[in-house]
Ligand binder design. Sequence first.
Ligand SMILES: Cc1cc2nc3c(=O)[nH]c(=O)nc-3n(C[C@H](O)[C@H](O)[C@H](O)COP(=O)(O)O)c2cc1C
Length: 207
Amino acid sequence: MATNTMQQVLSVPDAIESRHSIRKFVEDPIPKEDLNQIFELVRLAPSAWNLQPWRFHVVTDTNLKEKLKEASYGQQQVTSAPAVVLVISDMEDVLENLPKTVHPGLSPERQQEEVANLSSFFGSMSVEERGQWGLTQTNIALGVLLVTIQGLGYASVPMLGFDQEKVKNILGLDEHVKFAAMVPFGIADQEGYPHHRFEIEKIVKYH
Ligand SMILES: Cc1cc2nc3c(=O)[nH]c(=O)nc-3n(C[C@H](O)[C@H](O)[C@H](O)COP(=O)(O)O)c2cc1C
C-alpha cells in the first residue's frame, strides 16, 4: 500500500465514519502523487463483467472551475475545492474496447467468445439503455472514490446539482456519457453536518 504524502491514512471504518459532505476547502493544490494514488485505488472497484465503464475528468484549472460553478447554479464548493472530479460513465467507449476488458488469463477462444457474448448482449440495447446500465456500475466507483478521498486525508462533496448539458459542453464530453456525480475535493476548511441516517432496523432485515 502506497503512503499518502500529506496526511495519515485512515482505516476503512474511520474513513466511512468521518466522511461528511464538505463545501469549503483550503486552497492548497492536491499533489499529483496523491491524485495518482486515489485513482490507482478507485480503479480497483468491482463491476459486472469487469466492464469498468467509469471515466474520471479532474478539473484544477481556475477558469474551468468558474464555468463548472456557473453550470452548478453557483454552488460555491466548486471553486473552493482545489480539484473537481467529474465521474462519468461511458458505455460506448467500453463497447469499442471490449477485447481489453476480457481477462488475459482466458484462452484466446474463450476471450473471443466473451467479446461476442458481450457485444450481442449490449448490442441489443439502445445507447440510452446501456448508458443507464453503465451508470449503475459507475456509482460503485463513486462510492469507492468518496471513501478513498476521505481515507487519504481529504474531504469531498458528491454533487448532481448541475446542468449536465452545460458541463458536457465545458469539458467537451460526448453526448452519450452519463454523470454519476461531480466531486469537489481537497483539505476540509469546515466541519460537515452531523450524520443523520435511518435507524439500522429500518434498512436492514435478517432472514
Ligand atoms: C448523488 C448525490 C448528489 C448530491 N448533490 C449535491 C449537490 O448538488 N449539492 C450539495 O451541496 N450536496 C449534494 N449532495 C450531498 C448530500 O446532500 C449529502 O451527501 C447528504 O445530505 C448526506 O450528508 P453527508 O454527505 O454529509 O453524510 C449529493 C449527494 C449525492 C450522493
